[in-house]
Structure formats: structure tokens, C-alpha cells
Design a protein around this ligand. Structure first.
Ligand code: UDX
Length: 471
């Protein structure tokens, strides 16, 4: 492996923490900076504030040797050759990205620069942010030759972020000078040369020595746009399949068959064509809005993205309507809910469609028992338990005496339920599955009324399809 490089990562959120652990894993010395002292204490003592596969193991492996946590940005800047900014870029009220954290960090970095540094945008930021950071640093009196701004977007999915980092589809390095580009290339050499995949205790994943991730060198602006455009495109793909699902549902076709048929075209590809209750999370909703805002500011009409977001909202509404029509009225009805996080495999509830749907159920007077393998504590903070809402510890407790069971995210555990047990646990054997985790024919065999997304509903009480409409 190449000799380690000194790196500072500013921000210990999902992106910052994963980058910290993974940079150390590929041989670099990393100082992770945050201004949240309580979080730093947790991290220094071995705690990991987020649920992410392999992250605890990697932090344990490198903490105290090549990973350090601090609130001292000045010292971290001075010690580092490259400073990765991984602070939040939340959505402001107007839809554009709020860059005030990036601005504050850039000013502080500027005040600490004493020799050449590469400042790398890791957070998702609108195009031109690199120029703003450059201006902020220059305004603080730093000569142009003492720094470069670069962009190294991440494409990490929560839950599989460590594997996505170490076995990336591609490594995008956006730099406008050779010096900055070279440093970034050296940082990623252990991955892009394949050397990492020779180490005995590497994190397993799809890449190997013979098949390392390719590098794409671009301008800084192109890298900024690649990140926004990738997320906007993926969100578009999901909204597209969700509308196709609705067409399938009305026509009595199965969207899973249709998605397979579309995805077998190599120009389209099979991924991100899973119909469901709509996308959520900390990236897609925010980035779709921010990218549209970027276009708008340039006088470019990107109405397509407005539609993508609208379809996503409509998908949640439509699913909720499905729950309502299965139960007729919701007031006083006992509903079991599986899934609170915005998707399976994470404890993140930001922009979770599941929480929107639970809120709506509560609003209409239902009594909800909810279970999620990892997100219960976070959900409790935003929707406290009470007479109408109970958080429970396993899926069968959620189903206990419920008049329907509603599946809202795709944890593997939810796809492997003991159907016999579920059937006698529920008061009425009705399952409304927002993630298409089961084969409708199997559910019918087990005596369930089973409603899912983009597939004809099946009821054990009559052979006719539920909700199927003939022209
Ligand atoms: C996403 C991007 O995938 C990642 O590259 C970027 O860095 C951050 O944003 P993440 O938010 O972790 O990652 O979740 P992802 O797995 O992409 O799913 C986003 C949402 O889309 C989830 O709510 C998920 O349930 C939904 N989804 C995804 C679908 O509804 N259907 C699909 O086929 C795929």
C-alpha cells in the first residue's frame, strides 16, 4: 500500500464517519473533527452513534492508531495534507442547499492554513460551491498558491456505506490543478490499484485485486454536478417505476414482472426499479430539490424533477389510501406496522415515508403497534409513544391482535416472517405490503388478504382480485 497521507475529515455524520474509518482502513492517518463534544466523547470511548455494517469493527481496528477524534479544527487542518468537508448541507426553506456549515468551516480552515492544503468537498453541494469556498479562503488572506479546492463526491448508501466506499462502482475525483488531482489519486491508490484487496482482513465486497474501482478524473464543477445528477437520476428511476406500478395495478399486471422486463435492457439496468411507498432518506428528497434549484437559478427549466418529487408524495398518499380502503375506516382500528426507517438496514428516519404514513394513521385515529429492528429509538424521539402508539420489540408483537399488518420498509427480517404464526397472531389476516416482499400466490395459500404495490391484490375471502378494474 502507498505511504499513509494525513487527512482531516470535518463532520462525523454518516459521510464523515464512514470516510474516516475507510481512509484509515486503506492506510491513511485520519483526524475526524466535530464540534459536538458529546458525540466526540462517545466516539473516543468506542461508541458508534449510527447503525452501519462494519463501521464499529473498522473504528475499533483503527481508533487510537490511525484515527483520532477532536474538536480542534485548527490543529487538524495544520496536521493534514487534505481536508475533507463532510458537514451537513440541509435543505433550506426555498429548496436550495443551506451551505452555512460549509461556509463556517471554510472560514475556520482558512484561518489555520500555514502550508499547501487540498480542501475537498465531500458533502453534496451545488455546482459553484468550490468557487465560493475558494473566495471565502482568499478573503481570509490565504494566498492562492497555498490551497486548492477539489470535489470527491461519495455515493454511499446507508446500511452498506462501508462496502460502497471500499468496493466503489467508481471513484470520482474533481480537481482543477495537477497538484490537487495527484494528491487525491494517491489517497485512493490503495483501492484503485487493487492493493487493498490483497490484505487478509479486508472488508469483503464485490471488488477484488483484478477488478478494482475505476477512477474518473474530472473538473471540480463536473464532480459537483455528477453527485447531484446521480441522485436526481436514481430518484427519477424510482418515481418512474412507481407510476408504472400504479398502471400495472389498475391494469391487473404485476410490476415485478414489468420491472424485470425493463431492467433486462442493458441500457436501463435492473437496479432502482423497485416499486414501493416512495423514496426517502437524507439525500434523494433534498438533492432533487437542490438540483432543481440550481437549474432554476441558471434559468433552466427542470420541471421533470418537480414531477419526480410530486410522484413521490403521491405514492405515499396512494399507499395510505390502500390501507384505508382495506380497513374501510381507520378510527379505532388496531394496525401493526413493520418498518420505521426510510429503508431497511438503517436506523435513519430522515424523510422516512414510513413515518409519514404512521403519522397519517394516528391522525385518522388508528391504534398503532410499530416495530423496526434499528430505528425505534429515533422514531420515538419524533413521534412519542402514547395511547395510540406503542413501539414493540418484535414483528409478532406488532401483529398481535391487529386488524391489519402494514409493511413499510424492506428489512430482510420482514421478508422471512413465519406466515403460520403471523396468521394466528393477527386478528384479521390482512397484510398491506408497501415493499412487495412476498409472492402474492404464497400469501393467498397461507390464507391472507394480501395487498402490495403494482400487483393485483389477492383476498382469501374471494377468488376475485381486490382492486382490479376492467376497462
Ligand atoms: C442514496 C444514494 O443511493 C447514494 O448513492 C447517495 O450517496 C446517498 O443517497 P441512501 O439515501 O442511503 O443512498 O438510500 P438508497 O438505498 O439509495 O435508497 C433511497 C430511497 O429510495 C429509500 O427510501 C429506498 O427505500 C428507496 N428505493 C430505492 C426505492 O423505493 N426503490 C428502489 O428501487 C431503490
Amino acid at each position: 500500500m502507498s505511504r499513509g497521507i494525513s487527512i482531516a475529515v470535518v463532520g462525523s455524520g454518516y459521510v464523515g464517519l464512514v470516510a474516516t474509518a475507510c481512509f484509515a482502513e486503506i492506510g491513511h492517518r485520519v483526524i475526524c473533527v466535530d464540534n459536538d463534544e458529546a458525540k466526540l466523547k462517545t466516539l473516543a470511548e468506542g461508541g458508534v452513534p449510527i447503525h452501519e455494517d462494519y463501521l464499529p469493527e473498522l473504528l475499533d481496528r483503527h481508533r487510537g492508531h490511525s484515527v483520532e477524534f477532536t474538536s480542534d479544527l485548527k490543529a487538524a487542518t495544520q496536521a493534514a495534507q487534505a481536508i475533507f468537508i463532510a458537514v451537513g448541507t440541509p435543505q433550506s426553506r426555498t429548496g436550495n442547499a443551506d451551505l452555512s456549515y460549509v461556509d463556517a468551516v471554510a472560514s475556520e480552515i482558512a484561518r489555520s492554513i500555514d502550508e499547501y492544503k487540498v480542501i475537498v468537498e465531500k458533502s453534496t453541494v451545488p455546482v459553484y460551491t468550490n468557487e465560493w469556498i475558494r473566495r471565502v479562503i482568499e478573503r481570509n488572506g490565504v494566498p492562492r498558491e497555498l490551497f486548492d479546492i477539489a470535489s470527491n463526491p461519495e455515493f454511499l448508501r446507508e446500511g452498506t456505506a462501508v462496502v460502497d466506499f471500499l468496493h466503489a462502482d467508481r471513484v470520482v475525483l474533481g480537481a482543477d490543478t495537477e497538484r490537487a488531482g495527484d494528491l487525491l489519486k494517491r489517497i485512493y491508490t490503495p483501492l484503485t490499484s487493487g492493493a487493498y484487496y490483497r490484505s487478509a482482513n479486508m472488508v469483503p465486497g464485490p471488488r477484488g485485486e483484478e477488478d478494482p474501482p475505476p477512477v474518473l478524473l474530472t473538473s471540480t464543477k463536473a464532480a459537483e454536478i455528477i453527485k447531484h445528477a446521480s441522485n436526481a437520476f436514481l430518484a427519477t428511476k424510482i418515481s418512474f417505476i412507481n407510476v408504472v406500478a400504479n398502471i400495472c395495478e389498475e391494469a391487473g399486471a404485476d410490476v415485478e414482472q414489468v420491472a424485470r422486463g425493463i431492467g433486462m435492457d442493458s441500457r436501463i439496468g435492473p437496479k432502482f426499479l423497485r416499486a414501493g411507498v416512495g423514496y426517502g432518506g437524507s439525500c434523494f428528497p433534498k438533492d432533487v430539490a437542490a438540483f432543481r434549484h440550481v437549474a432554476e437559478q441558471m434559468g433552466i427549466d427542470f420541471t421533470l424533477l418537480k414531477e419526480v418529487a410530486k410522484i413521490n408524495d403521491e405514492q405515499k398518499r396512494r399507499f395510505f389510501q390502500k390501507v384505508r380502503s382495506a380497513l374501510w375506516t381507520l378510527r379505532g382500528k388496531k394496525i401493526g406496522v413493520l418498518g420505521l426507517a426510510f429503508k431497511g438496514g438503517t436506523d435513519d428516519i430522515r424523510e422516512s415515508p414510513a413515518l409519514d404514513i404512521v403519522r397519517q394513521m394516528l391522525h385518522e385515529g388508528s391504534i398503532v403497534s410499530a416495530y423496526d429492528p434499528a430505528a425505534t429509538e429515533r422514531a420515538r424521539e419524533v413521534i412519542p409513544s402514547g395511547p395510540q402508539l406503542r413501539y414493540v420489540d418484535d414483528p409478532y408483537a406488532a401483529a398481535q391482535d391487529a386488524e391489519a399488518l402494514v409493511i413499510l420498509n424492506e428489512w430482510q427480517e420482514f421478508a422471512e416472517l413465519d406466515l403460520k404464526r403471523l396468521h394466528y397472531t393477527l386478528r384479521y389476516p390482512i397484510i398491506i405490503d408497501g415493499r412487495n416482499l412476498y409472492d402474492p400466490a404464497v400469501m393467498l395459500e397461507h390464507g391472507f388478504t394480501y395487498l402490495s404495490v403494482g400487483r393485483p391484490g389477492l383476498s382469501h375471502t374471494r377468488d376475485a382480485a381486490v382492486g382490479q378494474r376492467l376497462p
